[in-house]
Write a protein of this length. Structure first.
Length: 223
C-alpha cells in the first residue's frame, strides 16, 4: 500500500490526484446546484449542467498536468487547438457559471484549495442572495402585460380595466403592423394577484383587443 502514494514519476502522488478530482467534483456540484436553483425561463439544459461539472474536473486535470511541466503544457495546447467549441450560450449568465466552474477547476488543479473552497462558497452565496433580491429585474413582484389591438381599439375602456385591477401601470412599447394592428407592452402591478385570471378575462372581453398575455417580471431575463 505504501507504493500507492507514489505510483508514477509525475509531480503529484496518486493520493493528491484523487483528492483533487473529488474536491473538484464536489465544488462543481455546488455550482451546478446553484445554477439549477436560480435558473428561470425555458432555456434550461441538463447537458449544460453536466458540462459545468465535467469541464471543471477536466480543467483541474489539465492544471495538474501542466504544472511544472513545459512539455505537457505544449502537448495540451496542441491537443486543444484541434477542438472547436461552436455551442452558443442561450443566456449570458451561463457564461458566468461556466467561467466560475473553470476558475474553480484551475484553483483545485494547482492545489490552491483555500481559494477554490472560498470562491465556491462566496460565488454560490452571492448568486443566491442576488436571486433572492431579484437583482436587476425590471419589475419587482410585478408583471409584463402584452396584447394586440386593432384600429378601433378604445384606450378609455382599457384604462377603466387598469384602474379597477391595477395599482400601477407603465407602458413599455407599442409596435405597429402593416394591417393596422398594434402590439402593446406594459409593466403592471395588480392590486390583488388572485384576480389576474379575472383581469385577463376582462381584457379579452374588450373589443378590438386580443391575445392578452402576462409574464412575471421575475421570470423575464430580457425584454
Amino acid at each position: 500500500m505504501s507504493n500507492f502514494f507514489n505510483l508514477t514519476s509525475t509531480e503529484l502522488s496518486a493520493t493528491v490526484i484523487i483528492f483533487n478530482l473529488f474536491l473538484a467534483l464536489t465544488l462543481e456540484l455546488v455550482i451546478a446546484w446553484v445554477y439549477r436553483k436560480t435558473h428561470h425561463g425555458i432555456a434550461y439544459s441538463q447537458s449544460f449542467l453536466m458540462t459545468i461539472v465535467i469541464m471543471g474536473i477536466m480543467v483541474s486535470v489539465v492544471m495538474m498536468v501542466v504544472t511544472n511541466n513545459i512539455v505537457g503544457a505544449f502537448a495540451l495546447l496542441g491537443a486543444f487547438s484541434l477542438i472547436r467549441f461552436r455551442t452558443i450560450m442561450k443566456e449570458t449568465r451561463d457564461i458566468a457559471f461556466l467561467f466560475s466552474a473553470l476558475a474553480i477547476g484551475v484553483a483545485v488543479g494547482t492545489s490552491n484549495y483555500s481559494i477554490a473552497i472560498i470562491v465556491t462558497v462566496f460565488v454560490g452565496a452571492l448568486i443566491l442572495i442576488l436571486e433572492r433580491l431579484n437583482f436587476g429585474s425590471l419589475v419587482r413582484r410585478g408583471y409584463i402585460l402584452t396584447f394586440l389591438a386593432g384600429r378601433g381599439h378604445n384606450e378609455t375602456n382599457l384604462d377603466k380595466v387598469f384602474i379597477e385591477f391595477l395599482s400601477e401601470s407603465r407602458i413599455l412599447h407599442v409596435k405597429g403592423f402593416k394591417e393596422g394592428e398594434r402590439e402593446f407592452a406594459y409593466l403592471i402591478k395588480p392590486k390583488d394577484e388572485m384576480q389576474i385570471s379575472e383581469f385577463i378575462n376582462r381584457l379579452e372581453a374588450l373589443p378590438d383587443l386580443s391575445a392578452p398575455s402576462i409574464i412575471t417580471g421575475h421570470e423575464t431575463s430580457e425584454y
